[in-house]
Design a protein around this ligand. Structure first.
Ligand code: ATP
Length: 363
């Protein structure tokens, strides 16, 4: 099922006494989710991710714009007629029902011609339970299941109705780090097996990057960039997207283009032929530094963190926007830990230059 959002906007009227301003939670969204794709909606808290999801499933009505499932305009359809499966952060399983009864529940509520026979309901429930690998746990009540198992029951329940679209809103937030990783791989596997078009909402860039075919990076209700995770990481369109993706985050310096060179302080990183002089921000990914005694970038060495395969060099520089600069280099590189200064050259493809006023990427 292909999903198309066309100029979708949701405005919440300002209600509080002190603040009458309307909130534009989703501002003119236009993009397409291809059939069978897993799309990650990514952005900081309050950027409108959940609102976008609620509009797709019909829990909220858009202020303007349209939503299509394939060629059908579903903008005015109630949620129950859209054929979407929903999984939220708090799994909202019925505590007094067993896992099996929880999975059966939505099937038992199907009315009319689509209602399954009891035997078919049982069969379907067992199929989805097998898919999410909880077949052994079907007699247990939610309180007798771990967080990850409860989440799988919630996913099985959403899948039981054979939704045309699966919507997942921060489904891993309540899990510990290890379980998060495991469950995210599970979700990817289940999605690949079922080929259900899926929208996955998260504020965690690593999670979105690792699980999605396509990511939509949002800020304040606006889509900042859409693309394959690696493409967006390698080619951010502005400073916000560059800083939002990547751990450790990109290092940002104040700099300038002057006389055909990109300068950080007095140090020229590379030639910028053709670009007029102006003030810029220079972003250098942590993996973009090459230890080089003759390199143009001289940083004040703070300390070195040994990570096993890699080493993180922590340093400072007067032009750095962040308190420290993190450079990740191979553990084989020899850095004099007692030195006060460390010199680097940079990998050209890991350096991005942004206009200081608009923060749009220019190089
Ligand atoms: P989080 O990651 O914190 O859940 P989010 O990106 O999902 O955030 P939304 O919940 O979509 O963000 O909220 C987007 C904006 O709309 C926020 O400024 C929020 O305060 C506002 N908002 C959301 N729901 C309502 C509502 N029912 N009434 C008024 N404002 C709302």
């Amino acid at each position: 099922m292909k999903v198309t959002l066309q100029n979708l906007t949701k405005v919440f009227p300002g209600r509080s006494k002190n603040n009458h301003a309307d909130v534009v939670a989703v501002n003119d969204f236009s993009f397409e989710i291809a059939d069978g794709e897993l799309i990650g909606l990514l952005g900081p808290s309050g950027c409108g991710k959940s609102t976008a999801l609620n509009l797709i499933c019909g829990l909220q009505e858009p202020t303007s714009g349209s939503i299509f499932f394939d060629e059908d305009d579903v903008t005015n359809l109630p949620p129950e007629d859209r054929g979407v499966g929903l999984v939220f952060q708090n799994y909202a399983l019925y505590p007094h029902l067993t896992a099996m009864q929880n999975i059966l529940f939505p099937l038992q509520n199907i009315k009319g011609a689509e209602r399954l026979s009891k035997a078919d309901m049982q069969k379907r429930a067992h199929e989805v339970a097998a898919l999410v690998q909880i077949d052994e746990l079907l007699d247990r009540k939610p309180a007798e299941l771990s967080g990850g198992q409860q989440q799988r029951v919630a996913i099985a329940r959403a899948l039981a109705k054979m939704p045309r679209i699966l919507l997942l809103d921060e489904p891993l937030s309540n899990l510990d780090a290890r379980l998060r990783l495991q469950t995210r791989e599970e979700i990817r596997r289940i999605q690949r097996e079922t080929r259900i078009t899926t929208v996955f909402v998260t504020h965690d860039q690593e999670e979105a990057m690792s699980i999605s075919d396509t990511i939509v990076v949002m800020r304040s209700g606006v889509v900042e960039q859409i693309g394959k995770p690696q493409d967006v990481y390698d080619n951010p369109m502005n400073l916000f997207v560059a800083t939002f993706l990547g751990t450790p985050p990109i290092n940002v310096f104040s700099g300038e283009i002057s006389g055909g060179k990109l300068l950080i302080g007095k140090e020229a990183l590379f030639e910028t032929n053709g670009f007029p002089d102006r003030e810029v921000y220079v972003g250098i990914r942590p993996e973009g530094f090459i230890p080089d005694g003759n390199g143009p970038l001289h940083l004040n060495l703070r300390n070195i963190e040994v990570m096993g395969r890699d080493v993180t060099v922590v340093s400072t520089h007067g032009a750095s926007v962040n308190p420290v600069i993190r450079s990740i280099i191979s553990a084989d590189s020899s850095i004099d830990v007692s030195a006060t200064e460390v010199s680097f050259s940079v990998k050209r493809a890991k350096v991005f230059v942004f206009d200081k006023d608009t923060e749009a990427r220019i190089i």
